[in-house]
Design a binder for this molecule. Structure first.
Ligand code: ZN
Length: 453
């Protein structure tokens, strides 16, 4: 088999993709609860879809379809299939429609594919056998791809990784995790060549490292994911690293999703976000209203099809963003795979805060259900006002009904953390101050963040 990233031509790649897609569809048509029902409703038979070019015949799947009934998206393969196709290796979670996170199930078969995805991500980003990774992702409340897959990526590339474990994972184990100054010291003495994490945390950590006099001359690559990241942010991060002694740091941005257990990555700064596994993922861009395919390089809703999965499996799944998609061979690295050649823009009402995708309606619902709250407003802004490069901050402004303000403050913080996984700043205000601008009231979450340029 050819190297999956570097097929000679689209015809050869399509043939290889169709083989994997057909094996997946043989299972989906019989054992996938959601698609069995959907295909029956639409009168779609197995013989209607013989390859990736036929996928346009299928209706789109939305995030709401998936989070509304996650078990219906996992193949229920019976015993006659190989154990590796059926045995669950791990379950990662993405945000749900209510407070409950949505499981994304991977079998042993899928886990090997995930290792292959992560290996290709490192290849595209120019990682070598001499690199050392510093994993700056925090432990999350529920299993989440970022922390775990950075560890897996290092393992499959056989290179060292140091987990910084920023923050406190749990009040039960206050010693698990590192405070900011400890992380800075760890980064300094581990001499990493690659820093990998969420950009806003990275900027904050590097600013503190500078104050502490930490030097990072070994850093040559920075992998960022999970937040909007523009050219201004890239220049700022490069400048920060140069001040810390890194001679020529390069920033590689990834567009990640739980549904990929990896991300679309840049081969060079500005080179576009590459589909890292063309034999596992097939991407399309469609017109957001009509769902008709758009021309190559035009802006459209980004749609993902799993060509080779056995656990949670999606066909024509709208990831919730629009971007421009190109199918031409990458002029920088020669990979023949889909690339997003513009920064993806969120379109489905979900919001990313501190790199975590959250559902604003779930947040509003839990606050509305609290009898101690007369009125409330949820705001996400920058920790340093008007500075797009500072950390995201979630503020919950509540006007109380009752006397126990400390109790209310604690309860709101706990409920919000339990619902969306993010600890908010809780502000007690008078009822008249909750929403001075009535136009905001209809929105479950007001986003005042300055967009990075
Ligand atoms: Zn490339």
């Amino acid at each position: 088999m050819a190297d999956d990233l570097y097929y000679e031509n689209l015809g050869a790649l399509t043939l290889a993709r169709n083989e994997f897609l057909n094996a997946t569809l043989d299972r989906v048509f019989i054992f996938h609860p959601h698609y069995r029902r959907l295909f029956a409703e639409h009168g779609i038979g197995r013989s209607d879809i013989r390859g990736v070019d036929d996928l346009v015949r299928l209706p789109l799947t939305s995030k709401a379809d998936y989070v509304g009934n996650p078990p219906a998206f996992t193949l229920a393969l019976p015993d006659q299939y190989e154990a590796e196709e059926r045995i669950v290796w791990d379950v990662m979670y993405t945000t749900g429609s209510t407070g409950d996170p949505t499981p994304f199930v991977s079998t042993s078969y899928d886990f090997l594919n995930i290792l292959a995805i992560n290996r290709n991500m490192l290849r595209l980003r120019g990682v070598t056998a001499d690199d050392v990774i510093m994993n700056l992702f925090p432990l999350t409340r529920y299993p989440h791809g970022a922390f775990a897959r950075a560890m897996n990526a290092a393992a499959v590339f056989s290179i060292p990784v140091v987990a910084a474990l920023p923050g406190t994972a749990s009040a039960r184990h206050p010693a698990l995790g590192h405070r900011m100054d400890e992380v800075c010291a760890l980064v300094g003495r581990s001499t990493p060549t690659i820093l990998w994490g969420v950009p806003s945390y990275m900027r904050k950590m590097l600013a503190r490292a500078e104050e502490l006099g930490v030097r990072l001359p070994s850093v040559r690559l920075v992998f960022v994911t999970g937040e909007g990241f523009g050219e201004e942010a890239r220049v700022h991060l490069v400048d920060q690293l140069k001040r810390l002694g890194a001679p020529d740091p390069k920033i590689s941005v990834s567009y990640g999703a739980t549904e990929m257990q990896g991300g679309m990555v840049e081969c060079v700064p500005g080179g576009g976000y590459h589909n890292p596994a063309p034999l596992q993922f097939y991407f399309e861009a469609v017109e957001p209203e009509t769902h008709q395919p758009v021309a190559d390089g035009e802006e459209g809703l980004i749609v993902l099809t799993h060509l080779d999965r056995r656990g949670t499996t999606m066909l024509r799944y709208a990831l919730g963003d629009t971007a421009r998609l190109s199918r031409s061979k990458c002029p920088h690295c020669g990979a023949l795979t889909e690339r997003l050649i513009s920064v993806p823009v969120r379109r489905d009402g979900f919001v990313k805060i501190k790199g975590m995708l959250i559902n604003p309606q779930a947040l509003a619902d839990v606050l509305a259900a609290d009898g101690g709250i007369a009125d409330f407003q949820a705001i996400v802004d920058n920790e340093v006002e008007g500075n797009a490069l500072s950390m995201d901050r979630l503020r919950i402004r509540v006007s109380p009904r009752g006397e126990d303000l400390d109790g209310l403050r604690r309860r709101v913080a706990d409920q919000v953390k339990a619902t969306i996984g993010i600890t908010p700043v809780v502000e007690i205000v008078a009822a008249s101050d909750v929403s001075p601008d009535r136009n905001w009231k209809a929105k479950p979450l007001i986003d005042l963040r300055k967009q990075p340029k």
